[in-house]
Design a protein around this ligand. Structure first.
Ligand SMILES: Cc1cc2nc3c(=O)[nH]c(=O)nc-3n(C[C@H](O)[C@H](O)[C@H](O)COP(=O)(O)OP(=O)(O)OC[C@H]3O[C@@H](n4cnc5c(N)ncnc54)[C@H](O)[C@@H]3O)c2cc1C
Length: 544
């Protein structure tokens, strides 16, 4: 099997050049525009709607239903938060998200089950498990730490009698569970749809986002101080269905939660020169890693795509399994860096109907630079030869490999019981073998973009660095890009939404909210209602 390392891709959105010819201003405006109705985008739209019920929120999705890409093509595991570095966002978001997810599922009757998970390995994996235990016991605050118990091979076989005799040690995580990702997303979708101030628009692709430049905003504004805060923000270009027409919309806040295409949306701003200058030859530019400060500013976001195939299983050797079973991540039993694994290994998942699946495996893809939704659909066929795969394995040999991996811990599983199921694609920011990479939460303001960097992390960015006072109108609009939201993104979705809500509150609305609180106090004193509320709703209806 040929298996070459994938080249970095600096993606751009197909159609963004067409959008350039469209009108640069729009009379239609919303407060928040969320791109992508995956689990993360839906959770964010819900959060924004709940926090600011008086502000308009638009969620735009290119497919006709929510969660057609990664969010419905994963293991549906509620992770406990065992694997990632202590101070990473992945750990923080996973642990907080896990608790929020269990609460949410119980409150909204989303099918889920806390069934627990075993990570199993040969006797020499014991030191890896011990380091996992030390890691978990160092997490703060202690009351949210994942529970984890180190057990012997025999104790593991008491829990799961079909496990191999070669399993010499294991850890048991009782807090891990499973969830119906479809019903979770349906529930979030319903909450957003039921809100009077939010809309979800399907079958509509965002082609391009660009800043409203202060000069043009000023010309629309009667304010002597220049552009008013309502005039500032972003112009978003969109196309619905097969139409050739490009619609535009203004939004003060843009949340780029477009999953696999999130880097392409940000790279569009770079290509159009908004960051000052664009690199001449994108293919040669660095990915933001190991480059000097000046090139880091204009290096496009690199993306790597790792497909994970699943096989469903019927037959002997796994009939009585009650827990999720994971192998020791590849190389970890030989003392590898515990946070550097590419995936959690070909594991056993149980769905809520008791069906068993093994997967996901790892197949690196190299899609075209202007990857269209059609590309993703063709690549998502499970276990088939895909046009842009780096690996030349056919369906049968992929199933053979899955079988070999599973036999390490469930030796009686039969090859003929495996059949191809679905596949998902991990939105990676680094190639195989690279150091651990955290979730990327990038923050940009529409004013003075040329002084900002592409890779600008929201949580480490002081107000001075982006030229913006917290919540000041000088910052213009706020854009938050969620990049590299791979596993445990489903588990983390409600926590990511909470984080984004906090950032939007601090960066976009602190100034206005301060004034609206003062105005509300004044209204309470005079007993008069707000005219602004009516204006916001009218904008949404006009565009819908
Ligand atoms: C094989 C695999 C297994 C996994 N297992 C787990 C697990 O067990 N537990 C866990 O917690 N996590 C898991 N994950 C990770 C989890 O699935 C993702 O982190 C999560 O689904 C990401 O959600 P999202 O909303 O960011 O992205 P997506 O689900 O990809 O949503 C993005 C949305 O944006 C839309 N979009 C893209 N571009 C545009 C555009 N230009 N205009 C309009 N819409 C656009 C897309 O159509 C899509 O619907 C797994 C991932 C994979 C690949």
């Amino acid at each position: 099997m040929a298996d070459a390392a994938p080249e970095p891709l600096y993606p751009l959105l197909r159609g963004s050049d067409v959008a350039a010819q469209a009108a640069l201003s729009s009379d239609l405006s919303v407060d928040h525009l969320v791109i992508g109705a995956g689990a993360v985008g839906l959770a964010i739209a819900r959060e924004l709607t709940r926090r600011w019920p008086e502000r308009t929120t638009y969620l735009v999705e290119r497919h006709q239903q929510p969660g057609q890409e990664t969010s419905s093509r994963n293991s549906e595991v509620i992770h406990a938060g065992l694997y990632y570095p202590k101070d990473s966002l992945k750990t923080r978001m996973c642990i907080r998200g896990r608790d929020l997810m269990y609460e949410y599922c119980s409150s909204y009757n989303v099918p889920h089950k806390q069934i627990g998970k075993l990570v199993v390995g040969p006797s020499n994996a014991r030191s890896y498990f011990e380091s996992m235990l030390r890691h978990v016991s160092s997490l703060e605050p202690s009351k949210h730490r994942p529970e984890l118990t180190l057990i012997s091979g025999d104790e593991a076989r008491e829990l799961e009698p079909e496990l191999s005799k070669g399993i010499g040690a294991a850890v048991f995580s009782p807090r891990t569970g499973i969830v119906s990702s479809h019903e979770y997303m349906e529930s979030l979708e319903k909450e957003v749809m039921d809100s009077e101030i939010a809309e979800i628009v399907y079958d509509t692709s965002v082609l391009k986002v660009e800043p409203i430049l202060v000069a043009s905003a000023s010309s629309n504004s009667s304010s002597k101080r220049g552009a008013s805060s309502e005039d500032q923000g972003w112009i978003v270009h969109m196309r619905t269905g097969e139409s050739n027409d490009v619609d535009t919309l203004r939004s003060k806040v843009v949340i780029n939660s477009a999953g696999l295409t999130a880097p392409a949306i940000l790279n569009g701003l770079l290509r159009d020169g908004h960051f000052g200058s664009a690199p001449k030859d994108w293919a040669r530019e660095g990915s933001g890693e190991s480059v000097d400060d000046s090139s880091r500013k204009i290096a496009p976001l690199a993306a790597y795509y790792s497909k994970g195939n699943y096989a469903s299983y019927k037959g002997q050797g796994a009939r009585h399994v009650k827990h999720l079973i994971y192998p020791t991540p590849f190389g970890m039993d030989q003392g590898g860096d515990p946070h550097k694994h590419q995936g959690l290994g070909t594991h056993l998942t149980i769905d809520l109907n008791g069906g068993i699946k093994f997967g996901p495996d790892t197949e690196w893809l190299h899609p075209p630079r202007d990857a269209s939704p059609d590309f993703w659909s063709s690549s998502l066929a499970p276990l088939t030869r895909v046009p842009h795969s780096h690996q030349d394995a056919d369906q049968e040999s992929r199933l053979d490999l899955i079988h070999q991996a599973v036999q390490q811990y469930l030796p009686d599983v039969l090859r003929e019981g495996l059949s191809p199921d679905y596949a998902g694609i991990r939105p990676k920011l680094v190639p195989p073998g690279a150091a651990f990479r955290d979730f990327g939460v990038l923050l940009h303001h529409s004013n003075n973009l040329e002084r900002q960097r592409i890779w600008q992390e929201a949580l480490t960015l002081g107000a001075a660095q982006d030229g913006a006072e917290h919540g000041s109108v000088n910052a213009g609009g706020t854009m938050i890009t969620l990049a590299g939201i791979e596993s445990p993104g489903l588990t983390s979705s409600l926590a990511i939404a909470e984080l984004v809500g906090d950032l939007v509150g601090r960066r976009a609305w602190a100034h206005d909210d301060h004034h609206s609180k003062a105005a509300a106090k004044a209204r309470a004193r005079t007993g008069k209602g707000s005219a602004d509320d009516a204006t916001s709703s009218a904008n949404v209806d006009a565009w819908a």
